[in-house]
Design a protein around this ligand. Structure first.
Ligand code: SF4
Ligand code: SF4
Ligand SMILES: [Zn+2]
Length: 150
């Protein structure tokens, strides 16, 4: 049974993470493989809430913080956006979305957010899901406007 879940505690959309999507050529995947001395076949992640986590996210202090407060997500924390969440903006371009995602989650709920995220990252021409740093669909060549430049 799959335990895949694209909603991270911090507000990231794991559904567009290249590790989650198993994109071997993605630069983030290559960094994770190198940092953890793994072969691509041994890298698995089913999302932040799953039982099968990438080593790059296993010791996440944000998830630990939310769990320690008994929260389902940082979106329901009365300290949001805390300094940790605010600090995400300077980590990598895709992390800039976290604060806005948490506000959306808080105001409109998980189902609406997941629906919006699935639409945002999907190639409108062929339906393939683009990852955070894909700006052109590798399946059909269509533009992926949600993708960031690295
Ligand atoms: S590696 Fe991290 S960001 Fe990517 S899917 Fe797994 S938990 Fe989410
Ligand atoms: S203080 Fe609240 S918003 Fe900040 S990381 Fe912890 S749970 Fe998330
Ligand atoms: Zn496409």
């Amino acid at each position: 049974m799959s335990h895949r879940n694209p909603e991270a505690f911090c507000g990231l959309y794991c559904g567009a993470c290249p590790v989650y999507l198993k994109r071997a050529d993605d630069w983030i995947v290559k960094i994770v493989l190198k940092e953890h001395g793994l072969a691509f076949e041994d890298l698995h992640c089913e999302g932040c809430r799953s039982r099968e986590l990438s080593p790059s996210c296993q010791d996440c202090p944000t998830r630990d913080c939310a769990k320690s407060k008994g929260l389902d997500s940082c979106s329901s924390c009365d300290q949001m956006p805390c300094t940790r969440i605010a600090g995400f903006a300077s980590v990598r371009p895709h992390c800039k979305e976290v604060a806005g995602n948490l506000t959306f989650l808080r105001d409109k709920g998980s189902d609406a957010w997941l629906e919006a995220q699935a639409f945002q990252w999907q190639c409108k021409a062929c339906g393939r899901v683009g990852s955070w740093y894909e700006t052109v669909c590798s399946a059909c060549g269509g533009l992926l406007p949600a993708g960031y430049e690295p």
